[in-house]
Design a protein around this ligand. Structure first.
Ligand code: NDP
Length: 307
């Protein structure tokens, strides 16, 4: 099967490099601007894929999602609509797109199970991104119903990996902490300050594991229903910070600024459906995954995205 990966230059897309020997094609925004329908058609006509793994998206942390809420909605809606429509028109057999556990309703039963995705408004901080992402599922279902398109959606939890965005304001928690501690170390600072009390629990999955999961699902999964994917071990933000501190070798103190918000206490996702399909799949442990990404960051700095 000839597989094309959109968003192939991003954090998750870069993890597909190891599959290039099997003929995987990765494309980024410099190759084709997917907010433009003609560019999407060109991408498919040039590469003639049997399947598309659609990762391209405008992605960011809380600040990006809030400050750029209109852009996040517009660009994601355009990219998704264009990719799915051009794939349909040009006869691509299968498209797998990514949602995110952060688009589940703000008020939800935990653990997050797939059938709850549309059962209430998302958190107000990311509604532009969340509604745009939810529409990929709606569009995929509608295309399956009317035109028989085998379009599927997977829902990863928090991801980290090489080639992430390390921008101070627009990054996610893992890259933000890695950069902050590395820069504190090289500047000889005796402490850094992080927001909140560090107590909330979150799940983190290494980008290479997600690439492996997506390759398996592309082969095996053919249902209109979303499927959660990711490491469902919960760890506290404080534990994460201590782990990154150890890997980076920052010897100063971490001050928790409890006047700033900590975020929701837990947002566990259900991995039952995935585990039923792949009971033996083992996710990379945080210790190993964070170690790899910290080493990569230190070797690459300052030539990393967002710095
Ligand atoms: P990145 O920000 O690292 O990568 C985004 C990718 O999208 C890049 O390759 C970028 O291309 C491409 N892209 C952006 N705009 C356009 C455009 N107009 N036309 C073509 N390509 C474009 O994101 P991630 O790798 O972190 O995310 C990948 C997917 O995983 C997304 O769909 C995201 O929603 C999902 N996801 C991510 C999570 C996370 O924690 N990061 C969590 C859950 C889901 P270029 O770099 O060349 O500009």
């Amino acid at each position: 099967m000839r597989v094309l990966v959109t968003g192939g230059t991003g954090m998750v897309g870069s993890a597909f490099k190891k599959y290039e020997k099997d003929g995987i094609i990765r494309v980024g925004s410099k190759d084709f601007d997917l907010t433009n329908y003609s560019n999407c058609c060109e991408m498919i006509e040039d590469n003639k894929p049997d399947a598309i793994i659609h990762l391209a998206a405008k992605v960011g942390g809380v600040k990006g999602n809030t400050d750029l809420v209109g852009e996040f909605f517009r660009d994601n809606i355009l990219m998704n609509t264009n990719v799915l429509e051009s794939a349909r028109v040009l006869g691509v057999e299968k498209v797998m797109s990514l949602l995110s556990t952060c688009i589940y309703p703000d008020k939800c039963q935990y653990p997050l199970t797939e059938e709850q995705i549309h059962l209430g408004p998302p958190h107000e901080s990311n509604y532009g991104y969340a509604y745009a992402k939810r529409m990929i599922h709606v569009q995929s279902m509608a295309y399956r119903q009317q035109w028989g398109c085998n379009y599927i959606v997977a829902v990863p939890n928090n991801l980290y990996g090489e080639y992430d965005n390390f921008h101070m304001e627009h990054s996610h928690v893992v890259p933000a902490m890695i950069r902050k501690m590395h820069e504190a170390k090289i500047s000889g600072l005796d402490h850094i300050t992080l927001w909140g009390d560090g107590l909330p629990l979150r799940e983190f999955t290494y980008s290479h594991d997600i690439a492996d999961c997506l390759m398996m699902l592309l082969e095996d999964y053919n249902s209109p229903d979303p499927i959660n994917i990711g490491n469902s071990n919960e760890i506290s933000i404080k534990y994460l910070a201590e782990k990154i501190k150890e890997k980076i070798g920052f010897s100063g103190d971490i001050i928790w600024d409890t006047s700033m918000p900590s975020g929701q206490m837990r947002k566990p996702s259900s991995s039952g459906k995935f585990k039923e399909m792949y009971p033996d799949f083992e996710f990379t442990g945080l210790d190993d995954g964070i170690g790899i990404v910290c080493d990569w960051f230190e070797e690459s700095y300052p030539n990393v995205r967002g710095v």
